[in-house]
Design a protein around this ligand. Structure first.
Ligand code: ATP
Ligand code: MG
Length: 564
């Protein structure tokens, strides 16, 4: 393909494909696939694989298939199939009409197995699974041949057909490839290719009671679909000889090339579907889309955007060696994206009443506020201002530490978009908690501009009491407090490292009234507090915001210049 230009920054996978295209391998075609097993929801690790496979297809004018690797009926479900399709689409990728299921190939796969049997390259084995494990040997010890290994082909064929017809019980027989019990690679020691499973399959129903193993199903599925580059994670490197053995033995027309890359690992989280399933099933989180989960659906609900996730996958790149990526890189990408697009609004999470003693009792002023300083085309809006306001509890201190530029008796601050006010006094209840702060304002400072020569260091946000909207805000922290929760000490499980404070619900928050008609998944920046996204369970009576990600820095600490 002449239109492919070599860039020095090409990752090793794309560099390999460029080489293949130069010699016109696969007649210049590039066909990849994303092959999830529908036994759970997709997570951020899958997003990397999706971006890679669909991204390569896009970059080389090829195509990428979505294929459900549905060969284990006991663990799979249509709920997962549906969620996976939704997530891939949401991430921004399109498989066109190339949607496939390994279960569509069960007949073809069964015929491949029969061909292997006829060639004397597969046999029915009746060892129990314990015996099979003992016979298999170890990394340092070669395996032992099964007593059934040398059955004649006709007998194998007869037994296999009867397995298929449901004549035998689960666990009594398997079909194995006849390769080499002394191979240094344990995967080549006569691996199982079919097992009996009297289970209902979400697509084929009760038609089958034998199901192919992953290694057998995967290579032939790739071959049937004309995949050119079968990209998978590093743990499959050791399976590659087997992948090639099956395709070579049956001399299939299309022999895709398996290429491995390092899976994505992120700290303070787990990424194994088994563990994520356990978190859901045992109610350690609310569901697969709990905003603390590393799932695509959890991230979507939390407010991460497809753009941010794709940018993250680009930034981590592809490598041949395992590494662990810092969660903060993902948060950085989310912040970068939302900074460009999220409208700014004011909300108070921990409200404290502030009264402007010299402000007219019934006056309501509509003040101009900028919707997004990063995008002036987003315009301005009116925010109501009146005598009684809410501010954040921690924007007032009775006794202020050094360099505290917010409210404390005698000190002046700017109310964002409003006026310069001066703290005069405060009220405490019997328990000693501060319940009101009293201030005076300078009516000549409307818009927040101090008089000539005066510098105001602190700016705080506020919401007018009269028109305030009651909202609930959910703050999230890392789900695990240990950097690598998979690394468990003796006698513990990964669950012992869960962060008990990963969710904090604030049910008495106040927001500016313009947020009354928000829609699920809308993003906002709450000034000084972070990015927040409307939860899907919100309704007109109860608006819920998820904190997507905190802001890096708050402008209360910054010099007043640039705040107007
Ligand atoms: P399982 O243990 O159920 O096999 P899995 O994470 O491998 O879990 P699959 O549904 O088989 O799940 O994965 C689909 C594709 O996503 C595979 O090609 C797999 O290699 C890739 N993938 C899975 N996890 C990651 C990860 N952390 N980083 C990159 N790719 C991944
Ligand atoms: Mg897998």
């Amino acid at each position: 393909m002449e239109n492919v230009t070599e860039k020095p920054s090409l990752d090793f996978l794309r560099a390999k494909i460029v080489e293949d295209l130069k010699v016109n391998k696969n007649e210049g075609k590039v066909v990849t696939r994303f092959p999830p097993e529908p036994n759970g929801y997709l997570h951020i690790g899958h997003a990397k694989s999706i971006c890679l496979n669909f991204g390569i297809a896009r970059d080389f004018n090829g195509r990428c298939h979505l294929r459900f690797d549905d060969t284990n009926p006991a663990k799979e479900d249509v709920e997962y199939v549906d969620s996976i399709m939704e997530d891939v689409k949401w991430l921004g990728f399109d498989w066109g009409n190339h949607l496939y299921y390994a279960s569509d190939y069960y007949d073809a796969l069964c015929n491949y197995a029969i061909e292997l049997i006829k060639k004397g390259k597969a046999y029915v084995c009746e060892l129990t699974s314990d015996e099979m494990r003992d016979y298999r040997g170890t990394l340092t010890e070669i395996g032992k041949e099964s007593p059934h290994r040398n059955r004649p082909a006709e007998e194998n064929l007869d037994l296999f057909i009867r397995m298929k017809n449901g004549e035998f019980e689960e666990g009594t027989k398997v079909l194995r490839a006849k390769i080499d019990m002394s191979s240094p690679n344990v995967h080549m020691r006569d691996p199982v290719i079919y097992r009996i499973k009297k289970a209902h399959h979400h697509r084929t129903g009760d038609k089958w009671c034998i199901y192919p193993m992953y290694d057998f199903a995967h290579c032939f599925s790739d071959s049937i679909e004309g995949i050119t580059h079968s990209i998978c994670t590093l743990e499959f490197e050791i399976h590659r000889p087997l992948y090639d053995w099956f395709l070579d033995e049956l001399n299939v027309a299309c022999h895709p090339q398996q290429i491995e890359f390092a899976r994505l690992n992120i700290n303070y989280t787990v990424m194994s579907k088994r563990k994520l399933l356990q978190l859901v099933k045992e109610n350690h989180v609310k569901n697969w889309d709990d905003p603390r989960m590393p799932t695509i659906s959890g991230m979507r609900r939390r407010g991460y955007t497809p753009e941010a996730i794709r940018a993250f996958c680009d930034k981590v790149g592809v490598a041949k060696r395992e590494n662990v990526i810092d969660l903060s890189l993902l948060e950085f990408c989310v912040r970068e994206d939302l900074n460009k697009t999220a409208p700014r609004v004011m909300a108070v999470l921990n409200p404290l009443k502030l009264i402007i003693d010299n402000y007219p009792d019934d006056l309501v002023e509509e003040l101009d506020a900028v919707n997004n300083p990063e995008d002036l085309s987003a315009g301005t809006r009116k925010v109501p201002f009146s005598k009684v306001l809410y501010i954040e509890k921690d924007d007032f201190k009775e006794v202020a530490p050094k360099k505290y530029f917010r409210l404390t008796p005698g000190q002046e601050v700017r109310l964002r978009y409003a006026y310069i006010i001066k703290c005069e006094s405060f009220v405490k209840d019997t328990s000693g908690e501060i319940t009101e702060v009293h201030c005076t304002y300078d009516s000549s400072t409307r818009g927040g501009n101090p008089p000539e020569g005066k510098k105001i260091k602190g700016t705080i946000h506020w919401v007018a009491e009269k028109s305030a909207l009651d909202v609930e805000v959910r703050l999230y922290d890392r789900l695990f407090s240990k950097e690598n929760p998979d690394d468990v000490e003796e006698g513990k499980t990964f669950l012992d490292y869960m962060n008990p404070n990963s969710l904090e619900i604030l049910s008495d928050c106040k927001a500016e009234p313009g947020l009354k008609n928000v829609k699920a998944l809308e993003h906002f920046q709450f000034e000084r507090l972070g990015y927040f996204t409307v939860d899907k369970d919100s309704n007109y009576d109860r608006i819920i915001f998820n904190r997507t990600v905190a802001l890096k820095d708050t402008w209360a600490k910054i010099e007043s210049s640039g705040n107007n």
